[in-house]
Design a protein around this ligand. Sequence first.
Ligand code: HEC
Ligand code: HEC
Length: 92
Amino acid sequence: MDSQNKWKPGKKDAVFLAVIIAVIVLLALGTGKRTTKSTPNDQIHAHAVTRQACMECHGVNGIQPRPLEHHVKDDQCFQCHTQPKDWQGKKQ
Ligand code: HEC
Ligand code: HEC
C-alpha cells in the first residue's frame, strides 16, 4: 500500500468535524425555537400582499408600528414572520 496517500484523521480533521456537528445541532435547535412572531392569519394580513401595504400599518406612523430597533434590511417580511396560511399573494 502507498502509505504516503493514506489518510489519517488528524487534529484538524477532528476540529473540522466538531464544527460541522455544532452547526448541524444549532440549525436543528434553531428550527425548534423560532421566536419571531408569525404574521397573524386574519383578513387584514391575508390581503396585504406588498411590503408597502404592511408598512402602512407597521411603519413609524402606522396604527401598529414595529419596534424602533427593527431590522433595516427587511424587504421580505415573511423571511422572518411566517406567512399567513390563507395569504392571497403569489406563492413563494
Ligand atoms: C391594516 C393594517 C395592517 C396591515 C396592512 C398589516 N398589519 Fe400586521 N398587524 C396589524 C395589527 C393591528 C396588529 C396587531 C393585532 C393583531 O395581532 O392582529 C398586527 C400584528 C402583526 C404582527 C405581530 C403579531 C403578534 O403576535 O404580535 C406581525 C408580525 C405583523 N402584523 C406583520 C405584518 C405583515 C408582514 C404585513 C404585510 C403582509 C402586515 N402585518 C400588514 C395591522 C396591520
Ligand atoms: C430579519 C428578520 C425580520 C424581517 C425580514 C422582518 N422582521 Fe419584523 N421582527 C423581527 C424580529 C426579530 C422582531 C422582534 C419581535 C419578535 O420577535 O416578533 C420583529 C418584530 C416585528 C413586529 C412587532 C411584533 C410585536 O408585536 O412584537 C412587527 C409588526 C413586524 N416585525 C413587522 C414586520 C414587517 C411588516 C416586515 C416587512 C416589511 C418585517 N417585520 C420584516 C424580525 C424581522
